[in-house]
Design a binder for this molecule. Structure first.
Ligand SMILES: Cc1ncc(COP(=O)(O)O)c(C=O)c1O
Length: 423
């Protein structure tokens, strides 16, 4: 990877010292140099502006640089950028915790803050395991997770991702062993799932699933019925149900949380990504009352032993509170419905292109699934040449735009996908 001579000094000097994500550093094209963001646009140092179809890995739901979020950060910066959360609390975090619990279904009422999605999932897994340990059940330490699932890149979360199809199969020998099953999507798979659960329930602490959409596993959709099946199965076998709403939370599937569409309440839910409107790193693991109660004891060892240094960072909590304000004051879910209507119509012509296997949309997610993408980097570069920031992966070209994107920009993104795939 080399730095083109036309790039600024900081790029020339820094690139030889940076290690990029998911990149073969020998062959990957040099990264673009972002200079600024606004709304659904990213400006590059060479003066080009790209229309953004990804919203910073599915986070920037209000568009970039929303003034309400910026003002909230500036105000918080003046008062208290950070303070430790051990033995001390502060207004932005407690206000956020109570607001989240008011929005979440059922008695999801205890919030544990962390700073990334993967760690939020690890905390959910620790909660589920220790819930059993605190009840004296030492053998229930495994998770049941699903083919096509993705829950993060850390060692513990890789172990509950799809072991074959995911991007982590190389690490297999280093990972903890869990039970990974096909999703119960029809009568036959439900029967097989129930049989598997019956065999493994004695060693399971939790069932973990991304509700409605398995994102990084390939933007795979399933019906709300699947979640109702999982809720009933978890209740039957007394296993905790963990919904990973890190991608789906905050409107992406058309409701504020995906679980609302199934009318179920998980025992634990994980949130991140759009929690701060994509402005700062923050994640939350929220537990129901009965989960929290299992940690209340006169025995200090029954406490949850976790505490990231930057947990509940006040700046990030201020962002998240401002983001929730915007969900209250601006018509985000209506915008998601409008985005869905445009994408469903404007991506449809892709269906007849050679090599296209499926076109599907849910909420503000638009997917063109191909048989195969030989070179995702090259495809991305084609999109950039047209002025669009779209990041294909595996066999998927997808859009997860900001909910505030204009119809003109959204139609441009859909047209670009069609033009590039047709070319
Ligand atoms: C469903 C889901 N869980 C967990 C994660 C991991 O989040 P992070 O990248 O913040 O660690 C992701 C990230 O894409 C995700 O989509």
């Amino acid at each position: 990877m080399s730095a083109p001579a036309s790039m600024p000094d900081w790029y020339q000097q820094g690139l030889p010292h940076i290690w990029l994500p998911y990149s073969q550093m020998k062959t990957a094209p040099s990264p673009l140099a972002a200079q600024g963001t606004q709304g659904s646009h990213i400006t590059l140092t060479d003066g080009r502006t790209l229309v953004d179809g990804v919203a910073a890995w599915w986070t920037a739901c209000h568009g970039y640089n929303h003034p309400h979020i910026r003002q909230a950060v500036m105000r918080q910066l003046e008062v208290m950028p950070h303070v430790m959360f051990g033995g001390m609390v502060h207004e932005p975090a407690l206000r956020l915790a109570s607001r989240l619990c008011a929005l979440l279904p059922g008695d999801l009422e205890r919030v544990f803050f962390t700073d990334s999605g993967s760690v939020a999932v690890e905390v959910a897994m620790k909660m589920a395991i220790q819930y059993r340990l605190n009840k004296g059940e030492r053998q229930r330490t495994k998770m049941l997770a699903f083919h096509g699932g993705y829950h993060g890149d850390t060692l513990a979360t890789m172990a509950v991702c799809d072991p074959e199809e995911g991007m982590h199969h190389l690490y297999g020998p280093a990972l903890a062993e869990h039970v990974i099953a096909p999703l119960p999507v029809d009568a036959a798979s439900t029967q097989a799932f129930m049989a598997l659960l019956a065999r493994h329930a004695h060693e399971l602490a939790g069932i973990i699933v991304e509700p409605l959409v398995q994102g990084a596993g390939g933007m795979l959709f399933h019906a709300p019925d699947v979640l109702r099946t999982l809720r009933a199965a978890a209740d039957h076998y007394n296993v905790l149900l963990i919904l990973d709403e890190i991608f789906t939370g905050f409107g992406r599937t058309g409701t504020l949380f995906a679980c609302e569409q199934a009318g179920i309440t998980p025992d634990i839910i994980t949130l991140s990504k759009a929690l701060t409107g994509g402005t700062m790193a923050l994640a939350a693991t929220v537990a129901r009352r009965h989960v929290f109660d299992a940690f209340l004891s006169d025995n200090p060892e029954h406490a949850l032993m976790h505490g990231p240094t930057f947990m509940a960072n006040p700046l990030a909590c201020a962002c998240a509170n401002a983001s929730l304000d915007l969900f209250e004051t601006e018509p985000r879910l209506e915008q998601v419905a409008a985005i869905n209507a445009v994408m469903a119509e404007a991506l449809e012509p892709c269906r007849t292109l050679p090599g296209v296997r499926d076109v599907r949309t849910l909420g503000a997610i638009g997917v063109v699934e191909l048989q195969h993408i030989a070179n995702p980097d090259a495809l991305r570069q084609h999109m950039v040449a047209h002025g669009a920031w779209i990041r294909p992966f595996r066999n998927i070209v997808y859009l997860t735009p900001a909910f505030t994107i204009t119809e003109q920009d959204l139609r441009f993104l859909c047209r670009t996908i069609h033009t590039v795939l047709a070319g």
